[in-house]
Write a protein that binds this ligand. Structure first.
Ligand SMILES: Cc1cc2nc3c(=O)[nH]c(=O)nc-3n(C[C@H](O)[C@H](O)[C@H](O)COP(=O)(O)O)c2cc1C
Length: 320
């Protein structure tokens, strides 16, 4: 494989979503092997103290890498945290010229987390079937909810999560650290949550900080509930185990969901508050009848216009 192809495959991997757009990954290249490593300098100790969402983000990047490799005629042989190299996801790229391209590849550049209000239209049954039946990883489940009672229970959990998070000064400080309030901040760092991507105006940092601190939990509770109720449905991704490998596999399944949705212009966005607050996570497992499966991700899906795209750091900043 040429160096240019390898770099392009890594670039596709970096287009994956990550918590607060921290892009908490490093890619170490050794011949035809790519090692995906966590970048712990980019962890989120308040919202993600166990690095659970950090590893989910690595799973999203792994899925993009696998699809981009396949597009270039390479199969990915994946070792999850091999004993002799236990920090990494080790991907051996093996030439398979007859491998058909996966149609999901084309959606990598189109996928985004669309945080706006949706238009309330349902997803037609044939498209919903494609989402429900997408290939899963072992011990990972994708649970789709659209009945009124189920949505009410999810709204209750999201509201409770927002109330806890938006009244926690440490959560707010961490969030503000990763918000890019204007063009200059966003282009300098090429990471973080660019306010324009969420439909907010770009402002000087001090104004954005002041506004966020003054707006309080109630306005977020209200606007998130509206966003959920404008969606066609919700999904919870859950896993039997609750360890690094399970988190990575949950990320792979999420990315497959997001790309499948994007290929049908179905938008999605996370509402992870109920899995980020420990006691709410346990309650959600019961209220949504997940049995022994641990909820990992909560999301909504539906139809809306595309929003401005979030930025990524260039490949040379994430390769070792
Ligand atoms: C594990 C994980 C958790 C996330 N949690 C949230 C969340 O709770 N709320 C939210 O609005 N976005 C959440 N995001 C979305 C990221 O903020 C988003 O992926 C990032 O800003 C990059 O934007 P993009 O996905 O549109 O490319 C999460 C992403 C990942 C991978």
């Amino acid at each position: 494989m040429s160096q240019d192809t390898l770099i392009e495959i890594i670039r596709c991997a970096t287009l994956a979503p990550s918590g607060h757009n921290t892009q908490p990954w490093k890619f170490a290249l050794q011949g035809q092997t790519v090692r995906i490593l966590p970048d712990f300098t980019r962890r989120l100790p308040v919202v993600d103290p166990d690095d659970r969402e950090l590893y989910i983000s690595l799973g999203c990047a792994l899925e993009n890498l696998r699809l981009a490799a396949q597009q270039n005629g390479f199969q990915s042989l994946i070792d999850y945290f091999p004993a002799e190299d236990s920090d990494c996801l080790r991907v051996k790229l093996q030439s398979e010229p007859t491998l058909p391209a996966d149609p999901l590849f084309d959606a990598i550049a189109r996928r985004q987390c669309t945080r706006s209000e949706y238009n309330g239209k349902p997803v037609p049954p044939a498209d919903l079937k494609r989402l429900v039946e997408l290939p899963l990883e072992a011990d990972v489940s994708l649970n789709i909810f659209s009945e009124a009672g189920q949505i009410d229970r999810l709204v209750e959990a999201i509201n409770a999560g927002n109330r806890q998070q938006f009244t926690n000064p440490d959560f707010m400080d961490e969030l503000i650290t990763w918000i890019r309030f204007n063009e200059a901040e966003a282009t300098r760092t090429q990471d973080g949550l660019f306010s324009r991507c969420s439909g907010n105006p770009t402002v000087p940092r001090w104004i954005g900080k002041l506004f966020l601190k003054m707006s309080g939990a109630d306005s977020t509770v209200k606007s998130d509930e509206k966003k959920v109720r404008s969606s066609a449905g919700m999904a919870v991704i859950a896993t039997q185990a609750d360890d690094r490998a399970a988190w990575v596999k949950a990320g792979q399944v999420y990315e497959r969901f997001a790309l499948t949705a994007a290929s049908m212009t179905v938008r999605n966005a996370f509402m992870n508050q109920p899995v980020e607050v420990p006691e709410l996570r346990a309650q959600l497992q019961n209220s949504m009848d997940l049995g022994a499966a641990r909820p990992q991700l909560v999301l909504r899906f539906g139809y809306a216009e595309e929003m401005p795209r979030s930025l990524r750091r260039p490949v040379n900043q994430v390769t070792a």
